[in-house]
Design a protein around this ligand. Structure first.
Ligand code: A2P
Length: 316
């Protein structure tokens, strides 16, 4: 499988397993099956509420000799109520306990928004904390401390727009090495991807299949279904592959890593096989025509009345 090579020589497999929305019960079996069939990159987050189960699966994989720790790439993410400098390392330690690991390969700041400590999900705008109260530079100091303490090998961000990424790159001691954002043919975010590349920040594509199982609060009745797109279907038919494979091969063709979520063994296998598929320039031209600026994971959950954030601020 193709890998992204970091400055220190570490390599991250370009296709990994997503675990957002993987229900407790399902995610244990999914991670074990994924490792068994050859996935070597698992994307996690504290807020997914399933890291203890992912951890149980990983521990068993190691004990059964399926794989060694150093052969896996494990990412997790800092939740929004732990943005104060001193809260970062304890949050990461909790994730490590849940995952039964002594280090992460990559730790990301999950969102460029802060929630008041201990609140997990905001019920009203007053539950949010502004970036003046808890600046991202303070959060980043905590992330750098985590690297110094060898709790993670690489640090990065998620859901960062161009302005926030450039501001952060300008002040850091340890640069963010990854920005994980929503990317698919309906939301290619070309300028953001180019800016990251110019800054030496690798990009990971989340919700690459259009996240059809996203929570009800993120669903709009008239939202187009990416996996049902007729152009994607016609490219898939012509190549004898599935629409999901077109979407994953598209992400890889852009040199972005990609983390499709599945808990279904057959679909996990199909998705992994996409790492071997190459799209032609003509295929890519067809796919480029379907950009709709359709963001499936909107920032509405952070912008309720009274919140210091607007949707535009979050993505800036
Ligand atoms: P399941 O977990 O039952 O396989 P995303 O990664 O964009 O968030 O998308 C995840 C959603 O896409 C889940 O509902 C997942 O269902 C579904 N999915 C995953 N792989 C495929 C595939 N190869 N074909 C169709 N749907 C898929």
């Amino acid at each position: 499988m193709n890998v992204h090579r970091f400055a220190n020589g570490d390599t991250m497999p370009m296709l990994g397993l997503g675990t957002w929305k993987s229900a407790p019960g399902d995610v244990y079996t999914a991670v074990k099956e994924a490792v068994r069939i050859g996935y070597r990159h698992i994307d996690c987050a504290a807020i997914y509420g399933n890291e203890h189960e992912v951890g149980r699966a990983l521990m068993e994989c190691f004990h059964e000799g399926l794989v060694k720790r150093e052969d896996l790439w494990i990412t997790s993410k800092l939740w929004n109520d732990k943005h104060a400098t001193e809260d970062v390392v304890p949050a990461l330690q909790q994730t490590l306990t849940d995952l039964h690991l002594d280090y992460l390969d990559l730790y990301l700041v999950h969102w460029p928004v802060a929630i008041k400590k201990g609140l997990v999900f905001p019920k009203s705008g007053q539950d949010m904390a502004s970036l003046d109260e808890i600046p991202l530079s303070a959060t980043w100091k905590g992330m750098e401390n985590a690297v110094q303490q060898k709790l993670c090998r690489h640090i990065g961000v998620s859901n960062f727009g161009i302005r926030k990424l450039l501001d952060l790159c300008a002040i850091t001691r340890i640069k963010p090495e990854v920005n994980q954002v929503e990317l698919h043919p309906y939301l290619p975010q070309r300028e953001l991807v180019e800016t990251c590349e110019a800054q030496g920040v690798h990009v990971t594509a989340y919700s690459p299949l259009g996240s059809p199982d996203r929570p009800a609060g993120l669903k709009r009745a008239d939202a187009p279904v990416l996996l049902d797109d007729p152009i994607i279907a016609s490219v898939a038919r012509a190549k004898g592959i599935t629409p999901a494979q077109v979407l994953l091969a598209w992400a890889l063709a852009r040199n972005t890593s990609v983390i499709p979520k599945s808990v279904n063994p057959e679909r996990m296998k199909v998705n992994l096989e996409a790492a071997k598929i190459e799209l032609t320039d003509e295929d890519l031209l067809h796919v480029a025509a379907i950009d709709r600026q359709e963001r499936y994971v909107a920032a509405r959950m952070w912008t309720m009345p009274g919140s210091p954030y607007t949707e535009a601020d979050v993505w800036a």
